[in-house]
Every structure is written in C-alpha cells, then in structure tokens.
Design a protein around this ligand. Sequence first.
Ligand code: GTP
Length: 329
Amino acid sequence: MIAPPIPPDEDARRATLRVLQILDTEPDERFDRITRMARRIFQLPIALVSLVDADRQWFKSAQGLDVRETTRDVSFCGHAILSDDILLVPDAHRDPRFADNPLVTGPPQVRFYAGCPVRSPSGHRLGTLCLLDHQPRGFDEDDKATLRDLAFLVEQQFAALYAAMVDELTGLANRRGFESQAGHVVALCQRNAWPATLLFFDLDGFKGVNDRYGHAEGDWALKSFAGLLRYCLRASDVVARIGGDEFVALLSGTATEEKDRAMERLRAQLNALNLRAQRGYALDFSVGSASMSADAPLELETLLTQADAAMYAQKQQRSAAALTPEAGR
Ligand SMILES: Nc1nc2c(ncn2[C@@H]2O[C@H](COP(=O)(O)OP(=O)(O)OP(=O)(O)O)[C@@H](O)[C@H]2O)c(=O)[nH]1
C-alpha cells in the first residue's frame, strides 16, 4: 500500500477547511441529495463526500457506508486530491497503490473507486465526491463528465458556506465565521476551565494607504497583514478580519507569556515585511487584548468589547506620542 503524499498547499487547504467549519458537523441534506443522486445514477452501493483532514478523511455525506471517517494513510481520496483529474481505480486488486489497502482487503471491500476532487472557491482541493463498488467496473468519458457535474454541485455548496463564513479578500474568517467558531471555542474554554485571550488589531493610518497609493495597494496591505497573523499564530487559534482594517484572534488555552511571544513574533515579522517590501509606507497596527482565566470566565461579546476598548486606548496613546515634539527628533 502507498500512503498518499501531502499536497504542497496543505496548510492553506486545512486552514480553508477550518474556516468553512464543516468538519464534524451534522449530516446536511444539501450534500446528502448529491450523494443519493450519484448512487442512483451510477447504480453503485457507496457514494461519499469525503474531506481530507490532517490525519483522517471525514465524510460530510455517506451513502451506503456506516463509518464517518477513516485514517488518511489508507484513504483513496488522499491520493485523489493531488490533482484536478478524476482518480480512477477500476480494480483495486490490480493497483499496487491499493491492492493490500485494509479498505480493500477488509470492509468495506473496495474494488472500484472513482473520486473527483472538490475545491473551495479559493482553489484548494478539500476532498472528493467519490464512488465505491465491491466489484471491478469500467468508467467511460460520459461517466466522468457526469461525476464532474455532480462534484460541481458539491463545490457550489462549499461556495455558499464560504460566502457566509469567509472574508474573500484575505481568506480569513469574516465576522460571522468568527462569532460562530469563537463562540464554540469560548464555551469549550469555559467548560474546561482553560484560559483564553482575545486580541483586537486595527491597522494604523490605513485610510492614508488607500488615499495615497490606491485601493489595490490597500488590499495588498490587508492581505499581507492577514498572512502575518496566519504565520505568527497557531493553527488552532481563531483568526478573522471582522471589519475594514480590523482583525481579531482568539488564542485558547494560552497563558500571558505565550500571547506575549506571539505578539513579539508578529512585530518582528511585520518589521521584516516593511523592510523587504519597501512600499513607501510602513504597515503598523494598534492592538488590545482581553483575557479570561479559569476562575473568571467571560462571554465572547465581553472579550470583544474589552479588547476593542484596549486597542482604542493604545491607538490614542500612539497617536498622542506621534504628535509630541520628542517623537519628531
Ligand atoms: N483597500 C481596502 N480598503 C478598505 C477595505 N475595507 C475598508 N477599507 C478602508 O479602510 C479604511 C479604514 O478606515 P479607518 O479605520 O479610519 O483607517 P485608519 O486610517 O487606519 O484610521 P486609524 O485606525 O485611526 O489609524 C477606510 O478608508 C475604508 O475605506 C478593503 O477591503 N480594501
């Protein structure tokens, strides 16, 4: 058996899966309708919408299969997401990649596999719409075209989720996506008596970047800052752009020192970016934070209000400092 290699866009791919908030969710009729249709059209026992996560494939929709996930190393779909083409395995017994795969030698006894990658609007292959049979079988060009059409319907559902939850410019969660994701995380921290910190960022003088260098440059600045947040914070932190030049990050299970280290990393990376990019201005931000400890849990809304107020106070301080005569010397 050959375990599937990791695609080059793996980090961004998994980040997209996270902001879509689709993993481990309840069955959804919008996806089930597509897999039911696939099973009926192709007269096959099993049709799945499989999403490839870090160490597993998780089935958003499964017709004809009781399990909701398998490990990634045995997944056919892990291979299928490596290209835009349909992965076709007419007879797994004759394919060295899969002949001794436990899903072939044991239940569900896969002999035939056809998987069409399904992409997010940002172009990342999140998983597949796939068909499985216990018998070897053929699959002609017409069949492939039909499977592609059905996969497109899955992608349309992703697009709807994406529009609702994701900020199109930066690929981070939008306000709604943040509130939904961060709401769960805060509840989890409250239940387990874990600390959490909310950081509220606002770019400094951003209007001036738009006014002097144009909107496209402003967009570049927003995307660059989003990229830095993604790079400097942990994959488990919830990061979002919630307004024009306003960004938030919810760090869960994080002590103050860790938060301080993350902020140091961010300042250092921002300085490096400003030096490297030489855009005629320096990107900068004000930030405020609010924390809840194990014995003093807070609601998300309170954390947001407190962190926003702290950010605003820092912004006032920074602009006052910029106006003092000492600052100009
Ligand atoms: N390029 C670009 N600009 C945007 C976008 N969304 C909002 N803006 C602009 O962001 C600016 C935000 O305004 P302010 O919050 O007053 O910006 P600021 O100059 O950073 O002000 P301070 O926060 O006081 O430093 C406005 O000029 C908006 O037009 C966007 O998606 N792209």
